[in-house]
Every structure is written in structure tokens, then in C-alpha cells.
Design a protein around this ligand. Structure first.
Ligand code: NAP
Length: 312
């Protein structure tokens, strides 16, 4: 009988669905693997994984019959895929079903930053509207130029939305895409120079670490706004904080950070920054779709069918 193990902070609905389908043992994080007996570990053939704790060779070696790691999320930078390959372990993720939500939050954060919607709400609620009059003018969003750093599945959905805002779309990817009317840049600095807004939608992981470098941030300039919905690792966070503090970058709208949830408190002192708690895909509808895709991959693995969304 194939056994599934689940590791991660699954919510009640996700836990109930996993239990109904596979009746897995549930662990809070990979460190808890040490608490399983050898027989329990040897029985595991599929792992439902959720979270940002690293899952590498050491953990995989504790599960000698593991054939599948089904990740909850499209970003699988927490999983050492090279180590999985060496052990013949397949990895799946949950692409596409979350594109809409992540694109929505990118656009929403940009609007919040430029139209100062949080501060303007406080202005109305605190009585300043009545006492002082109209809120100070802010910045127009429609019709500007946006640079998408990483025109993948999510980046493309962000660009489509911003095209409806009459924006001029520029982008970076490793190769030019078939996107008539949009401008390709092979160099991220050139992209930032051409853009009012830079939206980072790259994959995470070592290959894209600090891809939005100090040079890219400087090229975006004192009126520019950096939006990041990818991973904290893709942006040079120290350079970003310095640029925001000294005014060489106009603002930022961030859903992701280094060291989540212990984000750098310097961000809280910056009124030019919109902060969100990594909730890009955090709707009931999308999380349910992600959970279903994760379970469908596990079911396919157990029955020897083709995986729906393989990574390796
Ligand atoms: P995707 O379709 O794979 O697109 C990723 C983009 O990154 C592509 O443009 C790709 O370039 C680029 N890229 C990949 N490797 C690169 C490298 N070594 N150097 C430079 N560029 C590279 O991924 P997606 O589905 O759009 O997801 C993107 C990321 O969003 C995920 O990996 C995840 O980290 C993040 N995410 C965040 C949230 C949230 O809650 N905030 C939710 C979901 C996902 P090419 O086009 O040249 O391949």
C-alpha cells in the first residue's frame, strides 16, 4: 500500500482533503522527520509538501522509498531538485492556477503605492479630510511604462493587466517572446532605465539571486517604483533599502522578502513602501485549486499515471 506523508502548514480545508484522499501522517516541518520510526519512513512513497523550509538531500535520505515530492506552490526553490534527480525522485508544482491572484495583487500593490491608498484611507478615517481638506495629490498610473522582469506565466498575466491600463510594456526574459507591440530587453539595467515601474516576476533560487541588483535599482531612479511578487531573494534587499532611504528609488510594493516573516524593520519606517505578507496566491479559491492539483499529482503517481505538472 503506497503511503503519503504531508509536511507543512496545511490549513484545515487542505488537511481534511488530504486526510480524505490519502490519510497521510501530517508533520509541521521537515525537522519533524527525525521523530518518525524507520518503518514509518520506509513506507513513504509520496510527499505532499508545503512551505519554505529547505528540503534537501538529508531529508530525502530519511525517506528511502520516496518517489514523488508534490509541492504546494509554483515556486519550488525550497526543494533541492538536483538532489531529487540524483535519487530518482520526481517533483511536481502547481503552476497556472495561481496566475490571476498573483497578477491581481501586483497590480493592486502598484495602485496602492502610487495612489497612496493606505495613507488616503487614514486621512479620511482620522478626520483630516474634514479638518484639512482634500488629500495631497499623488501619481497617475495609467499610461506609464512598465518593465516586467521575468515574462513567464505570472509576468505575462501582469503585463496583460497593465496593457489594459494603457501602459507601454517592456520586459526581460532569457529569450525574446512572441509578444507584438511589447519591447524586449536582454539586459535588466536597460529594462529598468526604460521603465517607470519594474515588476519582478522571476523564479527564485540561486540562479536569480539579487537579479534586481543595486545597478538595476539605480537605473529605475528616484521616481521609479519596484514591485516584487517573486521571492525576496531575487532583489538585492540591502541595496533596495538603501535606495529607498536615500531617495534614489521612489518607492516599492513588496509581497515577498528575505527572512519571511521576520522582515527587515527598516521597511516599516518607509511611507513609500507598500508591504504585504506574502499573500499573492492567498485566496480561498486559488488555494483550493493549488491543493487539488497537488493531490491530483499524488494520485497520478500512486496509480502509475503521467504526472500533471512535473518539474523534473
Ligand atoms: P515561470 O513561468 O517559470 O517564469 C519565470 C520567469 O523567470 C521567466 O521569465 C524565466 O525566463 C525567468 N527565469 C527563470 N530562470 C531564470 C534565470 N536563471 N535567469 C533569469 N531569468 C530566469 O514562473 P511563474 O509561474 O511565472 O512563477 C514565477 C515565480 O513567482 C515563482 O517561481 C514563485 O517564486 C513566484 N510566486 C510568488 C507568489 C506569491 O505569493 N507572491 C505566488 C506564486 C508564485 P524565461 O522566460 O527565459 O524562461
Amino acid at each position: 500500500m503506497p503511503a503519503t506523508l504531508a509536511i507543512g502548514p496545511f490549513n484545515d480545508a487542505e488537511t481534511a482533503a488530504l486526510k480524505d484522499t490519502f490519510d497521510p501522517q501530517m508533520l509541521a516541518n521537515p525537522a519533524a522527520l527525525d521523530g518518525l520510526s524507520a518503518a514509518e519512513r520506509e513506507a513513504v512513497t509520496a510527499l505532499a509538501y508545503k512551505g519554505h523550509h529547505g528540503l534537501g538531500a538529508a531529508q530525502m535520505d530519511l525517506l528511502p522509498n520516496l518517489g514523488l515530492i508534490a509541492n504546494f506552490g509554483v515556486g519550488y526553490d525550497a526543494i533541492d531538485v538536483a538532489a531529487a534527480n540524483e535519487r530518482g525522485i520526481k517533483v511536481t508544482n502547481t503552476p497556472d492556477v495561481l496566475n490571476d491572484d498573483v497578477a491581481d495583487i501586483a497590480v493592486g500593490m502598484l495602485l496602492m503605492q502610487q495612489r497612496q491608498m493606505i495613507q488616503a484611507s487614514d486621512w479620511a478615517r482620522s478626520g483630516q479630510w474634514k479638518a484639512k481638506g482634500e488629500y495631497p495629490l499623488n501619481r497617475k498610473v495609467s499610461g506609464r511604462t512598465v518593465g516586467i522582469l521575468g515574462l513567464g506565466r505570472i509576468g505575462r498575466d501582469i503585463a496583460d493587466r497593465l496593457a489594459a491600463f494603457k501602459m507601454d510594456i517592456h520586459y526581460f526574459a532569457r529569450s525574446e517572446k512572441d509578444t507584438p507591440g511589447w519591447t524586449y530587453h536582454a539586459d535588466p539595467v536597460s529594462l529598468a532605465q526604460a521603465s517607470d515601474y519594474l515588476v519582478v516576476a522571476l523564479v527564485g533560487g540561486p540562479e536569480t539571486e539579487n537579479f534586481a541588483s543595486a545597478e538595476v535599482i539605480e537605473a529605475l531612479g528616484p521616481e521609479g517604483v519596484l514591485v516584487n511578487i517573486s521571492r525576496g531573494s531575487t532583489v538585492d534587499e540591502a541595496a533596495l533599502l538603501d535606495a529607498l532611504e536615500n531617495g534614489t528609488l521612489g518607492g516599492a510594493a513588496l509581497d515577498v522578502f528575505l527572512n519571511e516573516p521576520n522582515i527587515d524593520p527598516r521597511f516599516y519606517d518607509l511611507p513609500s513602501v507598500v508591504v504585504q505578507p506574502h499573500q499573492g496566491s492567498g485566496t480561498k479559491e486559488t488555494r483550493a485549486a493549488m491543493a487539488k492539483l497537488q493531490r491530483d499529482n499524488i494520485a497520478a503517481h500512486h496509480s502509475g499515471e503521467a504526472l500533471l505538472t512535473p518539474v523534473n
